[in-house]
Design a binder for this molecule. Structure first.
Ligand SMILES: Nc1nc2c(ncn2[C@@H]2O[C@H](COP(=O)(O)OP(=O)(O)OP(=O)(O)O)[C@@H](O)[C@H]2O)c(=O)[nH]1
Length: 431
């Protein structure tokens, strides 16, 4: 049986499996690279947030109390207000601008940062639609954090929004009733913008957009490299498996065909190509069994070349070999396809003829004898054959059947050669 198609199916299945594994890995690598880029952007955003909170803490816990102390002790007049030291929105915006300058000097992309409010003093801090919506949710639903990967003008960012602290009485000095606020603050911004805030509400949120593209691009480069390495490794493994599979399959095929050849050779006569005695007996066994089971007739004939020794002596052994070959060819050409022509040994041949009885076998033998007699079996070589014919009898051993054919052959030789003799008598009686 040809083993290659089976291996081909196996290899095709394996290729499918490897394809699936590869596709899965590619998806995984790109998923992980995106997760990594978002994680890195989140770190940057958090860092900006922490910087902002530190500024907020410093302004509210150090700077403002100091200014109030100076005012309380009369060293600073009561109506003093300067956003440069008192507005943490102003201060954090300025620190953010300087931070981005520094980042750009170091080849880093700027981080978008905004303190967004619905009621800002500086219109630059006016909340956009999303920020306004988030601010409302922070106040109403207690939303603590909002995070989303966003695309803006073809660039990608991680957007992060968190609320600032709820207003404290300290905050309300500048965001509550304008009458409580320093006169310079009201003079600077009017008595509406930034005032009348809810004393317990969240006035603003911190909006941060950390750039994603650079990290995403380098993570993608890594993912592509891993994809390439995975592809090469999987192809290498698959190539090796395919190579060895084909080698094994080819070896198996070679062994099978060598075995077939050996089996063929073991039942074939090397000189004439006809069945040898082993092959003849195997086929005769099969045919005799079915003849017995299905009550079919079966005949055999033993053929022996007459005075063949003289051919060898006169023309040489190689010429004798050619005669034997030609003799077999004539026999084969003139029997039915179902008949078996084999070499019994030396210059003696056996024909097994299924489905014909003794009389038909005798007729066939007579035909063959005539053909041999009139054929040229080599340059200037004419030779005759003697033939003994016997019909298989139920329950008879094959040895007995051959022995009876041999008796008939002996009779043909004794009767003057170039004859056909038929064995009709019982073996015991004939002996
Ligand atoms: N060239 C050749 N000769 C073979 C082969 N096998 C057997 N022989 C020869 O066949 C001859 C058989 O000789 P014999 O047994 O005396 O029989 P014969 O000469 O045919 O005489 P009868 O059978 O009595 O007619 C011997 O010379 C064998 O060497 C073979 O394969 N090739």
């Amino acid at each position: 049986m040809n083993a290659l198609p089976r291996y081909r199916t196996l290899l095709a299945l394996l290729l499918g499996l490897f394809g699936l594994v590869f596709a899965g890995m590619v998806v995984l690598f790109h998923q992980k690279s995106e997760e990594y880029a978002i994680g890195e952007a989140k770190k940057q955003a958090l860092n900006a947030l922490l910087v902002h909170r530190a500024i907020h803490a410093y302004v509210t816990q150090v700077q403002r109390p100091e200014i109030y102390r100076l005012k309380d002790t009369g060293r600073l007049y009561r109506e003093y207000f300067s956003p440069m030291v008192m507005s943490f929105t102003f201060i954090s915006r300025n620190v953010k601008d300087r931070l981005n300058e520094q980042r750009e000097q170091h080849g880093m992309e700027p981080i978008y940062f905004k303190l967004a409010s619905l009621n800002p003093r500086n219109p630059i801090n006016q909340a956009d639609d999303l920020e306004a919506d988030l601010l409302r949710r922070m106040n109403r639903e207690g939303l603590q954090e909002y995070q989303q990967a966003v695309e803006l003008d073809g660039r990608h960012f991680l957007y992060l929004a968190v609320p600032i602290e709820r207003s404290t009485p300290g905050c309300m000095k500048c965001h509550g009733d304008p009458r409580d606020a320093p006169a310079e603050l009201v003079a600077m911004y009017g008595d509406r913008a930034g005032f009348h805030e809810d004393p317990n509400g969240i006035r603003a949120l911190i909006s941060i957009r950390a750039p994603l593209d650079e990290t995403l691009a380098s993570a993608d480069r890594m993912a592509n490299l891993l994809t390439l390495v995975t592809f090469l490794v999987l192809s290498g493994i698959y190539g090796l498996i395919a190579f060895f599979t084909y080698r094994i399959a080819a070896q198996q095929q070679r062994i099978v065909s060598q075995n077939r050849e050996l089996a063929e050779l073991s039942v074939t006569d090397a000189l004439t190509g006809a069945s040898n005695r082993l092959g003849l007996m195997a086929r005769l066994n099969e045919l005799a069994s079915s003849a017995q089971r299905f009550k079919l007739v079966l005949s055999v004939m033993l053929l022996d070349l007459d005075h063949f020794k003289e051919v060898n002596d006169r023309h040489g052994h190689p010429a004798g070999d050619q005669v034997l070959k030609r003799f077999v060819a004539i026999l084969r050409d003139n029997v039915r396809a179902a008949d078996i022509v084999g070499r019994w040994g030396g210059e003696e041949f056996l024909i097994v003829a299924p489905h014909i009885g003794l009389d038909s076998a005798a007729q066939l033998a007579e035909k063959l004898r005539g053909l041999i007699e009139s054929a040229d079996l080599g340059p200037g070589i004419r030779i005759t054959a003697s033939i003994g014919v016997a019909e298989y009898r139920a329950n008879e051993s094959l040895d007995d059947l051959i022995a009876r054919a041999d008796q008939a052959l002996y009779a043909a030789k004794a009767g003057g050669r170039n004859r056909v003799e038929v064995q009709r008598a019982d073996l015991n009686r004939a002996r």
